[in-house]
Design a protein around this ligand. Structure first.
Ligand code: LLP
Length: 423
């Protein structure tokens, strides 16, 4: 979390105290560090440099236009999964030749829009989709480049709801079927099927799943080449982990060490699709305590003005996010340790939404918090704002991007009028 520091008893994003941001822009507020975003992208670029990869930032992790523009200017391409993400990427000035399009249910309309835009490649997930892409390319009198997303049946050992590469997942084409498709590659006259795509899950905390999948791909690639198919690229997807608790986790260079030798041996160009690694720890969600109340048997609830509509991960996956007051001792994730004698207490940290699952943390030890105090929900840059909603008719939060001593609103707080627009 190098964009965030603790100084003189309070939390800063780069050179700006979070108290100031809360005063100026209100809460709940997503706060992003520009330097952290760029540093994370650079770390990946450097780790994978020997393969000169195309790094396609996964737009679903955070699709704010300013963030896309920033990453695009720093050399990133984009991994998209819908016509809406295509629209966003193009709007942010993306080079279409650096866009790859994944997803199990791309509609013919979305496929046609992407062909028209001149994207680099589709990651196709079924025979039916290949037919749709072939038809769309024919109608537009052009060719489309395709990678087959393969389901390698490798367990990424991540959360059951975010694993994607196992036999029972909806994603990808089963290996034997992919073999057949490559063997009769001439069947789609308007497609160049020249790539392999894998995405095993997210987040993945060891390199083993990547290794295992590549092991399977090595023999597969040899077989496919034997049938005369022209293979040029392998896309290893995303899944690169971040530390949510402050614990040490593996780094891009560790993934690169596991991935690059096999890719080199296969003689393929490399694409990767990192999302979480770039944005996850480059942001936090800033909230304020509305009330503190005691329940049965002395159970204490700290009630925030942020809810599961702003940050859905704990409610949906039971995910851990560190939550800590903005003023006082430094948060453990920033290397702080509550001072001896600092009063920690055990509380449930909840939002205002009328659902029991609107709970960010159960029985969490944090410094004593009072109504009105500011609180940081760390590691929320990825799948935070992008999965937010206006459930309970709560306008969505604002987002600010901090660069040095300056902060800029990159998405306005929604208003009540925004809530009813279109109804
Ligand atoms: N490529 C493909 C094809 C994907 O499906 C995904 C994520 C990525 C790349 C980027 O994965 P990343 O590098 O961010 O791990 N909402 C969940 C995560 C869902 C991930 C979906 N696919 C969460 O909040 O943990």
């Amino acid at each position: 979390m190098d964009g965030f520091t603790h100084r003189a008893g309070q939390l800063y994003c780069e050179e700006v105290p979070l108290t100031l941001l809360a005063e100026r822009y209100g809460t709940p507020l997503y706060v992003y560090s520009r330097s952290a975003l760029l540093n994370r992208l650079k770390e990946l670029q450097e780790a994978f440099a020997p393969a000169s990869p195309l790094i396609c930032y996964s737009v679903k992790a955070n699709s704010n236009l300013s963030i896309l523009r920033l990453l695009g200017k720093a050399g990133a391409g984009f991994d998209i999964v819908s016509g809406g993400e295509l629209f966003r990427a193009l709007n942010a000035g993306a080079d279409p030749s650096k866009i790859v399009f994944a997803g199990v249910g791309k509609s013919p309309r979305e496929i046609a829009a992407a062909i028209r835009a001149g994207i680099r490649m589709f990651n196709a997930e079924s025979e039916a989709e290949l037919q749709a892409a072939d038809a769309a390319a024919k109608a537009l009198h052009c060719r489309a480049t395709v990678a087959l997303r393969i389901n390698p049946d490798v367990d990424a050992r991540t959360h059951a709801k975010t694993t994607t590469g196992r036999k029972d997942n909806k994603f990808g084409i089963a290996l034997p079927h992919a073999r057949e498709i490559f063997a009769r590659h001439g069947r789609y006259p308007n497609l160049d099927i020249t790539g392999i795509h894998l995405h095993l899950g997210s987040p993945i905390y060891t390199v083993e799943p990547y290794r295992k999948a590549l092991e399977k791909m090595r023999s597969f690639v040899a077989e496919v080449r034997g049938t005369g198919a022209q293979l040029r690229t392998i896309n290893m997807g995303g899944g690169y982990c971040i530390s949510y608790e402050g614990q040490k986790v593996i780094a891009p260079r560790d993934y690169a060490r596991a991935i690059l030798p096999a890719v080199r041996q296969m003689g393929l160009g490399l694409i990767i699709e990192p999302g979480r690694f770039i944005v996850g720890n480059s942001a936090l969600l800033l909230g304020r305590v509305t009330y503190v109340k005691e329940g049965w048997l002395g159970r204490k609830f700290v009630i925030l003005d942020a809810g599961m509509n702003d940050l859905m991960r704990p409610a949906l996956y039971g995910s851990y996010h560190q939550i800590w007051p903005v003023r006082g001792p430094a948060a453990p994730i920033l290397g702080g340790r509550a001072r001896k004698g600092a009063r920690l207490e055990t509380v449930d940290i909840v939002g205002p939404i009328c659902e029991t699952t609107d709970c960010f943390a159960r029985e969490r030890r944090i410094p004593r918090m009072r109504a009105g105090e500011l609180v940081a929900l760390f590691s929320t840059g990825a799948y935070g704002m992008s999965m937010s909603s206006s459930y309970n008719s709560r306008p969505r939060a604002a987002e600010v991007l901090v660069s040095g001593g300056r902060a800029r609103v990159i998405r306005k707080r929604e208003t009540y009028d925004d809530l009813t627009r279109g109804e």
